[in-house]
Design a protein around this ligand. Sequence first.
Ligand SMILES: C[S@@+](CC[C@H](N)C(=O)[O-])C[C@H]1O[C@@H](n2cnc3c(N)ncnc32)[C@H](O)[C@@H]1O
Length: 246
Amino acid sequence: MAQYDTFARFYDGVNGEPEDRVRQILAALDEFYPSAHTVLELGCGTGAVLAGLGSGFSLIGLDQSRAMLDVARRRCPDARLLEGDLTTFDLGTRVDVVICVFDTLNHVTDFALWRAVFARVAAHLVEGGLFVFDLNTVGRLRELGDVAPWVHDFDGHVLIMDVDYTAAPLARWNIRVFEQGDDRRFALHAETILELGVELARVREALAGDFDVVLESDTRGARPTDESTRAFFVARRRGAGVAAPV
Ligand SMILES: C[S@@+](CC[C@H](N)C(=O)[O-])C[C@H]1O[C@@H](n2cnc3c(N)ncnc32)[C@H](O)[C@@H]1O
């Protein structure tokens, strides 16, 4: 079983619709690549973001969790949805935009593989194409590790999410869902998800080979630091020798 296979059927109930995430992505496309048509999402999960982007794009989603993809297939019947690993994928095509959001990159737990992801993204973008991604910063993971577990009621069930960052830079997200059945008994579903904290200077350095960063933003629109709640990046593919955006 892949990570998220257990959590998949509760994921949208817990997280709700990602309106802010979608708005931020659309604003970036509007500003930096208004004619973008083809969009690939790495770690598309349940397809919540793809569904939010709407029908104006040709959409591809890639994820390693079959259970997440099953949800995505129902939510995004027109998208091309593929099972695969975002550190090694090869689609044999190029797109205008690659997105990788809601700290999906942090799920890659070895920084050498972040470089592999950046290389895969570069290989799949047209010249001038955009790589749009966000990260949990090391400061945010430390903060999540320090606070009490998050307890959340949803759809009659109960979620307890406990982040352990004592083995930094690896954060362990211990997720427990108590699912309430028709007989009002609760069944426990547990899953641990790992995230890697990486200093932003290392991310910028790793991007520099193939990309120009055109936007970096924290949740308030300022340049993010390692203490920001979240870091949002828009990076433009340099010199792939294929059609540039107009
Ligand atoms: C936090 S969820 C984000 C889902 C979606 N992007 C969203 O915003 O709701 C992370 C997703 O990345 C996927 N994922 C994690 N590591 C992956 C990998 N190496 N290859 C492909 N998918 C991966 C997980 O299966 C999960 O669906």
